[in-house]
Design a protein around this ligand. Structure first.
Ligand code: CA
Length: 233
């Protein structure tokens, strides 16, 4: 039995119906809001586990809804955007959204995003209970206190930037981090040259942590958007 409560924010009735029917079939609990104001109200009064948020709403901009909700809540937010709203999607991620779906999307894509987010929730809840000094994901281990990373038993020989990058990704498992967000955290700036450097460091980091750098297991590329560390079983 799936007890996860989803807040669906969508003004487009057919899309909203597709989502709620899918949720119903897969035993999710859900609430619906058709505009930004009611989304904020439902989020504050019902404390959902995950928010599915359409960016193009009739009253307030979806990005504004994220900013409002983020003032009091870390609830994972998956934004839904049209292809023409690519820059809005990136802005939404920079404002604290966790993931995105691009219209038109399939039921399988929707369910996959929900599963990734639920694993992220479980990981966050697990992290809160145990000490955060050591991070493990599949064969990857980071001893934050010692400043060392391992793959299985073997220590990884990372440059300071690669290590910083790996730590940043590990602290956001399941969440898509934008190029701007990552370069701000690593270099404190986000010029095009920083984004180009990021690609280079990501490539060298992957060679060290991925058994097949061309089909990475740990860090996914989101073309034109950023990167995400996946939870590896
Ligand atoms: Ca809409």
């Amino acid at each position: 039995m799936n007890k996860t409560m989803i807040l669906v924010v969508e003004d487009d009735a057919p899309v909203c119906n597709l989502i709620t029917t899918t949720l119903k079939t897969h035993d999710y609990k859900y609430l619906v809001a058709h505009n930004g104001e009611s989304a904020i109200m439902e989020a504050s009064s019902h404390n959902p586990d995950i928010i599915l948020l359409d960016l193009g709403l009739p009253d307030i901009d979806g990005v504004e809804v994220i900013k409002k909700i983020r003032t009091w809540s870390d609830t994972p937010i998956i934004v839904i955007s049209a292809r023409s709203e690519d820059s809005d999607k990136i802005e939404a991620l920079d404002c604290g959204a966790d993931d995105y779906l691009t219209k038109p999307f399939s039921i399988e894509e929707l369910l996959a995003r929900l599963r990734v987010t639920q694993r992220r929730l479980a990981a966050i809840q697990g992290e809160m209970q145990k000490s955060q000094a050591v991070f493990t994901n599949g064969n990857l281990k980071i001893d934050y206190a010692a400043g060392c990373a391992y793959l299985g038993e073997a220590p990884l020989h990372l440059t300071p930037i690669e290590y910083k990058l790996l730590c940043l990704m590990s602290k956001n498992v399941g969440k898509v981090l934008t190029h701007t967000y990552i370069t701000q955290k690593i270099w404190g700036s986000s010029w095009d040259t920083d984004i180009a450097s990021l690609r280079v460091f990501m490539a060298t980091l992957r060679k060290k942590i991925e058994s097949q750098p061309n089909s990475p297991q740990y860090i996914q590329t989101h073309i034109g958007v950023g990167y995400r560390m996946m939870k590896v079983e």
